[in-house]
Design a protein. Structure first.
Length: 161
């Protein structure tokens, strides 16, 4: 029995990454990350479980004591008929007050941006990985690509020996 044990993520269909914002790591330096819940309608949950979500153009916004996910595109669920949701509505992110204060201060003082990095399901709950990010300039992107290329070449050389 013990030999047949699998990892939690491979075994549990309710724990998986639904979508990633791959461009975010290229365009921004991620300084801090936090996982937060999302306030959703039932039709939105069904669409997300079917991987019908895009966070490429989405961002986080702090309004007073609340954090909002703006411009995330969740496709309509066809079986929901008249009880469907708006595709690009603002969605409230669920965080503790101290976490909101920490992110709000960083965003306002240093000119940083809240960027959703990934949407994932864990233990049946839909979560968003939100990053406190600083924008990169073009030369920073090129420098980062060069570093990655050198690292890949070194790993390939080590592998072939």
């Amino acid at each position: 029995m013990a030999a047949q044990k699998k990892s939690k993520n491979a075994e549990d269909p309710n724990s998986r990454t639904v979508c990633r914002n791959r461009k975010a790591r290229h365009e921004y330096d991620v300084l801090d990350e936090i996982d937060c819940g999302v306030q959703l309608y039932g039709s939105e949950v069904k669409s997300i479980r079917n991987s019908k979500i895009s966070i490429d153009e989405a961002y986080g916004r702090v309004d007073g004591d609340e954090v909002w996910l703006v411009n995330a595109d969740i496709a309509e669920y066809p079986q929901a008929t008249i009880f469907n949701h708006e595709r690009r509505r603002k969605r409230k992110l669920l965080l503790h007050r101290r976490e909101i204060r920490k992110f709000a201060e960083g965003g306002e003082q240093k000119g940083l941006t809240l960027v959703p990095l990934a949407v994932f399901i864990t233990r049946g709950f839909i979560k968003v990985k939100l990053g406190l990010c600083k924008g990169r300039k073009l030369h920073d992107k090129r420098e980062n690509l060069k570093k990655q290329q050198h690292r890949r070449e070194m790993e390939a050389a080590i592998k072939h020996k």
